[in-house]
Design a protein around this ligand. Structure first.
Ligand code: TPP
Ligand code: SF4
Length: 579
């Protein structure tokens, strides 16, 4: 076997394949997405995108129960969505080994927060490994399956953006000639978490935690590197490599491979042999607090920032007070800022153009369309997490009344609607909202790199699949007014589903994403070349004058507002519009 240059994500996929993993399941989310995209290319494996992370872990649970080794992947916030099955899977344990990848995003390159998912390991009492480069990613994954089966536990492996997307050399190994499979036997007290059984399983978890603690102390994943003993660094993952780059032989290092549970006896032994003990870690003082609780004097967050990524410059400055390193990203003076914007011709643009013109109150969601909050549109008032737009608009309506609802529009992408918007819409229906919901159906999960989902008609492996008809689904849920609109047709786009009449409405705004790499795929699939000529009508970069085909000035504005059914809050002299 020859060394290969692999990203951390590709190395995880490789390690899973070499471990005989039979099932890979996840939901896209940067920086984790490419793991499954790489894994699906290996022979003899099954891999799928689930509609969301909770379902992904539940599929993983079933596959493990049936005796197969499973890889489950998600970004850090995805674990919030999967937290319910995850917390109880700690109790049930596994049959086939189950490794759950949490890809964290210190620095928030593409995330709504930078939560530190190491706490999930402690919260659920499951082991967490943290590799520092691609070789370790491959090696640790193989080790993680052994730990999972030996200790009967799901194992968390934490990646960060820097590791997921950096290529370093990997020496691959062999695949054990196909997926590893264990027998399946009914075991009700272990896998059916009725309170009576769960109480016993909690005791098992505690006993397992103590055995894992012992394992962590002697694990061959721990590394000690002796240099100048006046400074002793404790660090894990990618940050360990930054610390080595910053301090070289001027310090000694202990790198625990398992960050939960921590090898605290080994750390005390190391501490005895060095002068100043310093923990170098990104985000929260997760290691530092555990070491302090063990009674050791250690520095950490008093020297380094608690937000964002660390780099050699920050580490050297923290330890030595100054640094020889220059900033990684020096920005020459006078360069114009380049905030992210939607692609020219993007079908989302016209929607936000209209919402901007209408001065609608917009509860937004997560996807390319979140950029509707940016200039020139500035047509979004809230964006919290995937699926939150519809519930948030209902909350605003209930807080402020029906007239307010007529100005409120929830905007959600097709992938996000399937992920976690459907239940929000059910609440709209159940609790009698009169607000408007727009599903921006561009037939892909564009923001994370154009993955398929249950409403696109293709699987992760690009095989034909059932294609959920979103308009039919919404009707079946009980929405009275459903309109499917071409977002390039600005006139009809401005109309509220159901006109000015009462009742909630959903607009399914359907045009494929136009990224060049998508055209051949999505447009052809939908036979939508016919609409390309209308691209010229789409606002490219600005918010031009009145909507096409409309009169200018107050008259035109009123007419747009009427079309959208927003008279109550917006149109001068016409307050109290019908509901
Ligand atoms: C819980 C969670 N999982 C995954 C992500 C990553 N993510 C960001 S936007 C998005 C979906 C985007 O697809 P869609 O809603 O169809 O909008 P588009 O980008 O296609 O416009 C995903 C999966 C996330 N932010 N949060
Ligand atoms: S990638 Fe597609 S959905 Fe995203 S901004 Fe570009 S055209 Fe729009």
């Amino acid at each position: 076997m020859q060394q290969e240059l692999l990203t951390g994500n590709e190395a995880v996929a490789r390690g899973a394949f070499e471990s005989g993993v039979g099932v890979g399941v996840g939901y896209p989310g940067t920086p984790s997405t490419e793991i499954l995209e790489s894994f699906v290319g290996y022979p003899g494996v099954y891999a799928e995108w689930a509609p969301n992370e909770k379902v992904a872990l539940e599929v993983g649970f079933g596959a493990s129960l049936a005796g197969t080794r499973v890889l489950v992947t998600m970004k850090h916030v995805g674990l919030n969505v999967a937290a319910d099955p995850f917390m109880t899977m700690s109790y049930t344990g596994v049959n086939g080994g189950l490794v759950l990848i949490t890809a964290d995003d210190p620095g928030m390159y593409s995330s709504q927060n930078e939560q530190d998912n190491r706490f999930y390991a402690r919260f659920a009492q499951v082991p967490m490994l943290e590799p520092g480069d691609s070789q370790e990613a491959r090696d640790y994954i193989k080790k993680a399956y052994l730990i999972s089966e030996q200790f009967d536990t799901p194992v968390l492996v934490r990646l960060t953006t820097r590791l997921s997307h950096t290529r370093t050399p990997v020496l691959p190994g062999e695949n054990p000639s196909g997926p590893v499979r264990r027998d399946w036997e009914r075991n009700i007290p272990k896998f059916v978490m009725l309170p009576g059984y769960a109480r016993n399983r909690h005791l098992v978890v505690e006993e397992r935690r103590m055995r894992l603690q012992e394992y962590a102390e002697t694990s061959d994943l721990n590394e000690i590197l002796w240099g100048d003993r006046s400074i002793g660094i404790i660090s894990s993952g990618v940050v360990y490599n930054h610390a080595r780059e910053a301090l070289g032989d001027g310090a000694s290092y202990l790198k625990p491979g398992c960050v939960y549970p921590l090898p605290l006896k080994l750390i005390s032994e190391f501490a005895r042999q060095v002068g100043r003990l310093i923990v170098v870690e990104e985000l929260e003082p997760f290691l530092e607090d555990q070491i302090k609780t063990a009674g050791l004097a250690v520095a950490g967050k008093d020297l380094f920032p608690r937000v964002g990524e660390l780099d050699p410059q920050l580490i050297e400055r923290g330890v030595r007070g100054s640094s020889r390193f220059k900033s990684y990203f020096p920005v020459p003076d006078g360069l114009p800022g380049r905030p992210p914007i939607m692609c020219p011709g993007c079908p989302h643009r016209s929607v936000f153009y209209v919402l901007h013109k209408l001065k609608a109150i917009v509860t937004g969601d997560i996807g390319c369309y979140t950029l509707g909050a940016m200039p020139p549109f500035e047509a979004m008032d809230a964006c919290l997490c995937m699926g939150a737009s519809i519930g948030a608009s209902l909350g605003m309506e209930k807080a402020r009344g029906g007239d307010f609802a007529r100005r409120t529009v929830a905007v959600i992408g097709d992938s996000t609607f399937v992920h976690s918007g459907i239940t929000g819409l059910i609440d709209h229906i159940y609790n009698k909202s009169t607000g408007t919901v727009i599903i921006l159906d561009n037939r892909t999960t564009a923001m994370t790199g154009h993955q398929d989902h249950p409403a696109t008609g293709l699987t992760l492996g690009k095989q034909e699949a059932a294609k959920i008809d979103l308009a039919a689904l919404v009707r079946a849920l009980g929405v009275e007014h459903v309109r499917t609109v071409d977002p390039y047709d600005l006139r009809s786009l401005a109309g509220r589903p159901g006109g000015d009449g009462p009742g909630r409405g959903v607009g399914d705004h359907r045009q494929p994403c136009l990224r060049p790499d998508q055209r051949g795929d999505v447009l052809k699939r939908d036979d939508a070349y016919g609409s390309m000529h209308r691209l010229q009508e789409v606002p490219a970069a600005g918010v031009p004058g009145p909507l096409p085909g409309r009169r200018s000035g107050a008259q035109g504005r009123r007419s747009v507002q009427r079309l959208f059914g927003l008279r109550a809050g917006l149109s001068a002299g016409k307050g109290g519009g019908r509901r």
